[in-house]
Ligand binder design. Structure first.
Ligand SMILES: Nc1ncnc2c1ncn2[C@@H]1O[C@H](COP(=O)(O)OP(=O)(O)O)[C@@H](O)[C@H]1O
Ligand SMILES: [Mg+2]
Length: 366
C-alpha cells in the first residue's frame, strides 16, 4: 500500500499543507518542532483512529480552530485507489468520507489505511508499564482484523460497568448487587477469555518475527522470549472472578482479568524492562514494531506503510545501518532532523518548516 498524497488542514501546526509521496523511501526533513511528528501522527490516525502520542483528538486540532481535516489518497497493491477525508472536530461528531461517501461509523475506516509507526516514545513499550504492552498486543490484533476493535471496546466497557457496580455497592453484597455482578461476570468471562486467547495466539505468531527483527538489528544471535500466560487464562476467568469477588468489593475494582495482564520480554533470559541496556531496549522496541509490520503484511497480504519517526537519533550507528540495510519492501516514511546517510536510498525528500512544506524533491529522477 502506498500513500500518494496527503493534505492537512488545521491539523496541529499545519494550517493547510499538502505533499506527494512515492513508493520507496521518503525522507521528511526538518529541524525540531517544525511538524515532522505531526505529519506522521496524521497518517497514523488514518490507520488507528487515534494519536500514537496517546493524546485525545482535541490535541490534534490546530489551536484556535475547531475542525481539522486529514485528506489522503492511497493506492492499494491491487490497483484500487481510495480517497479518504477524515474530519476531527471538538464541536460535534468526527466524520470520515471514503471516495466521497460518508462511512456509517468512523471506525469503519480501520483496515483501509495500514501503517506501522515507530517513534522514540516506543522505548516505553519495553521500559514502561504493562498497559503499553497490552495496547501493543491489542493494537496488533486490531491491525489484523476489525473484529478485535469491537472485542477490545467491549472488554473495556464491561470492566467499567462492573467497577461501577462495585462502587455503587459500597462494598456490601445484597441480592441486587449479587445478581448484577453475576451478569457482568458472565459477560466478562466470555469476552475477556476471547481477548486473552487472541493475545496468546498473536504472541506465539509474532515471536518468530520479533526474534528475527531483533537479531537483524543487533546483528547477532540472541535468546529472546515473549511471555504471555496470565494465571486467569489458565484457571478460567469465571472461576477467578468468583474467587476474587470479596477482594473486588473491598477494593472497589476488578482485580483480575485481561485489563491487568502484562507481557514479559526476556533478552538472553533477563527481563528487558528492568535489566536490559538502553541500547538493547531501543533495539527491542524497534524489533517489536518491525515484527508487527511484517506479520501484518504477510497475514493480510499487503505491506503496510512504515513510518519511522526520528528513529536514527535513537539508534547507535551500527544498528541504524542495520535498519537502513533491512528496510522492508513497500513504502517507508522516515522523519529526521539531519541528513540521512546514503544507505537510506532515498527516493523522495520533503522539507518542512513551521508547518509548511518548503521543498519536495525526487532526487533520483531528473
Ligand atoms: N494543536 C496544535 N495547534 C498548533 N500547533 C501545535 C499543536 N500541537 C502541536 N503544535 C506545534 O507543533 C510543533 C511540534 O511539531 P512536531 O511535529 O512535534 O515537531 P517535530 O518536527 O520536532 O517532530 C510545536 O511547535 C507545537 O507547538
Ligand atoms: Mg518529532
Amino acid at each position: 500500500m502506498i500513500l500518494q498524497h496527503i493534505q492537512l488542514s488545521d491539523f496541529r501546526n499545519y494550517t493547510n499543507a499538502q505533499v506527494e509521496f512515492v513508493s520507496g523511501v521518503n525522507a521528511v526533513i526538518g529541524a525540531n518542532g517544525q511538524g515532522k511528528t505531526n505529519l506522521a501522527e496524521a497518517l497514523g490516525y488514518l490507520s488507528t483512529m487515534k494519536s500514537f502520542r496517546g493524546v485525545p483528538i482535541e490535541a490534534m486540532i490546530r489551536n484556535g480552530t475547531h475542525t481539522a481535516f486529514i485528506r489522503a489518497r492511497v493506492l492499494h497493491d491491487d490497483g484500487r485507489e481510495i480517497l479518504i477525508e477524515a474530519r476531527l472536530t471538538n464541536q460535534g461528531r468526527n466524520q470520515v468520507l471514503v471516495n466521497g461517501t460518508k462511512l456509517p461509523k468512523t471506525r469503519d475506516l480501520l483496515g483501509m489505511v495500514r501503517s506501522t509507526v515507530f517513534s522514540p516514545d516506543d522505548l516505553e513499550l519495553v521500559k514502561g508499564g504493562p498497559h503499553l504492552r497490552r495496547d501493543f498486543l491489542d493494537d496488533s490484533l486490531v491491525a489484523l482484523a476489525n473484529k478485535y476493535d469491537a472485542l477490545r471496546l467491549e472488554v473495556d466497557r464491561i470492566v467499567r460497568q462492573r467497577n461501577a457496580v462495585l462502587k455503587q455497592s459500597g462494598g456490601r453484597l445484597n441480592n441486587a448487587v449479587t445478581s448484577m455482578l453475576d451478569l457482568w461476570d458472565e459477560k466478562f468471562s466470555d469476552s475477556g477469555t476471547q481477548l486473552g486467547n487472541a493475545r496468546s495466539e498473536i504472541v506465539s505468531k509474532l515471536t518468530p518475527f520479533i526474534v528475527h527483527a531483533y537479531e537483524e538489528l543487533a546483528q547477532r544471535a540472541s535468546n529472546i522470549s515473549i511471555l504471555y500466560s496470565p494465571d486467569w487464562l489458565k484457571t478460567g476467568l469465571a472461576k477467578c472472578l468468583a474467587e476474587a469477588r470479596a477482594e473486588d468489593l473491598r477494593r472497589v475494582t476488578t482485580t483480575v482479568g485481561p485489563h491487568r495482564d502484562d507481557v514479559e520480554i526476556l533478552i538472553n533470559s533477563l527481563p528487558a524492562r528492568t535489566q536490559a541496556s538502553q541500547g538493547e531496549q531501543r533495539t527491542m522496541a524497534l524489533a517489536l514494531r518491525l515484527a508487527v509490520h511484517r506479520f501484518i503484511g504477510e497475514s493480510v497480504g499487503e505491506t503496510p506503510i512504515l513510518i519511522l519517526d526520528d528513529v536514527l537519533s535513537e539508534l547507535d550507528p551500527d544498528r541504524a545501518k542495520a535498519l537502513l540495510n533491512h528496510f522492508p519492501v513497500g513504502q517507508v516514511l522516515i522523519t529526521t532532523a539531519s541528513e540521512l546517510p546514503a544507505e537510506a536510498h532515498i527516493t523522495k525528500k520533503v522539507q518542512i518548516q513551521a508547518g509548511t512544506i518548503i521543498s519536495s524533491l525526487n532526487p533520483n529522477s531528473n
